[in-house]
Design a protein around this ligand. Structure first.
Ligand SMILES: Cc1cc2nc3c(=O)[nH]c(=O)nc-3n(C[C@H](O)[C@H](O)[C@H](O)COP(=O)(O)OP(=O)(O)OC[C@H]3O[C@@H](n4cnc5c(N)ncnc54)[C@H](O)[C@@H]3O)c2cc1C
Ligand SMILES: NC(=O)c1ccc[n+]([C@@H]2O[C@H](COP(=O)([O-])OP(=O)(O)OC[C@H]3O[C@@H](n4cnc5c(N)ncnc54)[C@H](O)[C@@H]3O)[C@@H](O)[C@H]2O)c1
Length: 450
């Protein structure tokens, strides 16, 4: 016998869970939402938003260094503690305001870890909650590393909360988190080492532009080891020793603080999926195209937990909307992942949307490549930025943009225009003839397409 019953229970108060809960409640359903951590999810509390706030300070330092002797004199430095206070002024209010928003909407809130105890029921603390439908929106968690001393690695959550920075920082993994944290910490004066298993890091991004990012990262003073897998972390009285192996050699590196930046996986292991009759394979839920469990029709998943596409906030929102629409209209809506942009928020940023060159070739597309490294263009040169480049793939017959890749100042904004064009069927001709304010980075798009 359940303690409480609802039309819908959502597990997770992040982007995906909040979208589903609000949309179904608005349609008149009785809805409950559960979380065992402070309400708000990764993006708002320990992901995109706090990271971007810390990056603001790094951006100021970067600007001062680039413009030294070109109109800027003297040195600035990051006051990490003040920066953390600034960051907390955004993150601290989130859990309460998120909870109040649920209460205003009439969504019941439960605090605690949810576990399935039946096909339509969850155990939360000492209560059993039943629902017609349950949505798993539990996000992602750091991948467990099967290496000696893995427990010594701090997580990205811990890094974003550090009250002071170490002298030496080591990032295990050269993905989004590794590169973004390396750029923030280096601007704050930390000696940073980044170790990545594969020789080609950031495999979701254009390899020619990634090469530029690696070069720029090394010029910044970050030691980047590519093609080395971290095999062990050992603690000693004044820090840690990291062992990393390539095909040919073993590296031994001393550091004060090693950070896990080695990938995240759907957070579904603690849900007792068997009790809910929910099939999974190697930690990934088995879902159909409408994000519904193939074994339990009462269960859907959205966001990082669904393990479907890129684990990004806009994807979590899109999947949340799709699941809510499927629940409410029972209409079998899949998710259109076409044209979703992604950015590595280094300084400068690296951005992409659509296909990579190799993907377009594998699909036998006929396309032209517009590729250039253009630090001499004024968008970069007036900032004294040495890194500016692009690669645009344009379909031969239709002039459609198949993929756009940009590194440099304002790349994170420029990519949104390419995404907008792709999603709305606007090709290179439309973009070339658009009038963008001058001199903005968007006004470079015309030259990128010549
Ligand atoms: C450091 C970092 C930086 C990032 N930066 C960006 C960025 O710049 N841009 C971008 O697009 N994406 C970024 N991401 C990714 C982005 O944060 C995620 O894709 C997004 O937040 C996923 O949202 P979600 O709703 O799926 O899950 P989450 O927001 O992770 O929410 C899941 C919630 O479920 C709860 N939960 C888990 N298990 C249970 C359980 N058993 N019972 C109850 N509650 C549970 C968790 O406590 C959590 O609050 C970043 C991620 C990280 C880690
Ligand atoms: N700007 C953004 O949108 C943003 C920022 C941060 C995180 N995220 C999301 O969070 C997810 C997780 O980020 P991430 O950076 O942890 O993962 P990632 O998958 O981007 O990168 C992990 C890297 O670690 C390497 N690695 C794994 N084990 C290793 C080992 N033992 N030694 C050395 N290298 C090792 C992998 O080869 C890989 O290159 C991303 O997939 C992304 O979707 C997005």
């Amino acid at each position: 016998m359940a303690d409480k019953s609802y039309d819908l229970i959502v597990i997770g108060t992040g982007t995906a869970g909040s979208v589903v809960a609000s949309k179904c409640r608005k349609a008149g359903w009785s809805v409950a939402i559960v979380d065992h951590r402070p309400f708000g999810g990764t993006c708002a509390l320990c992901g995109c938003d706090p990271k971007k706030t810390l990056r603001e300070a790094a951006e100021v330092i970067d600007g001062c260094r680039r413009m030294a002797g070109k109109g800027i004199a003297g040195k600035l430095c990051v006051d990490w503690q003040a920066l953390q206070r600034h960051k907390r002024s955004f993150t601290d209010p989130v859990p309460d305001s998120r909870e109040q928003s649920y209460v205003r909407q009439g969504i019941a809130t439960w605090r605690g870890k949810a576990q399935f105890c039946g096909a339509n029921s969850l155990q939360v603390n000492d209560k059993v909650l039943d629902a017609g439908f349950i949505v798993i929106a539990t996000g992602a968690e750091p991948r467990k590393l099967l290496i000696d001393g893995a427990g010594y690695l701090i997580s990205s959550d811990d890094f974003l909360e550090l009250s002071e920075l170490p002298q030496r920082l080591l990032l295990v993994g050269g993905g989004y988190i590794g590169f973004e944290f390396a750029h923030i910490a280096a601007r704050a004066g930390v000696e940073v080492t980044l170790i990545n298993r594969s020789k080609r890091p950031l495999s979701a991004f254009d390899p020619d532009l990634v090469e530029q990012l690696v070069k720029r990262t090394r010029e910044l003073g970050v030691t980047v080891h590519l093609g080395y897998e971290v095999k062990a972390v050992m603690k000693h009285s004044n820090g840690f020793t990291i062992k990393a192996e390539s095909e040919k050699e073993t590296l031994t590196i001393e550091t004060d603080l090693p950070v896990h930046a080695a990938g995240r996986i759907p957070a579904v292991a603690d849900l007792d999926l068997d009790a809910g009759n929910i099939d999974s394979e190697e930690g990934v839920l088995k879902l159909n195209g409408e994000l519904r469990s193939i074994s339990n029709p009462a269960v859907f998943a959205a966001g990082d937990a669904a393990g479907t596409s890129l684990p990004l906030t806009p994807v979590a929102a899109k999947e949340g909307h799709a699941v809510a629409d499927n629940l409410l209209a029972r209409d079998h809506r899949g998710v259109d992942y076409h044209g979703i942009p992604s950015v590595v928020f280094t300084l400068p940023s690296l951005a992409r949307v659509g296909l990579q060159e190799a993907e377009a070739r594998a699909q036998n597309r006929q396309f032209k490549i517009h590729h250039g490294l253009v630090p001499e263009w004024q968008t970069a040169s007036r900032r004294n930025e040495s890194c500016y480049g692009y690669k645009i793939l344009i379909e031969e017959t239709t002039e459609r943009i198949l993929g756009a890749h940009v590194i440099g100042p304002a790349a994170a904004e420029t990519i949104n225009l390419f995404s907008f064009a792709m999603v709305n069927g606007l090709g290179a001709t439309a973009l070339r003839s658009a009038s963008f304010a001058y001199p903005t980075a968007a006004s470079d798009i015309e030259a990128m397409l010549q």
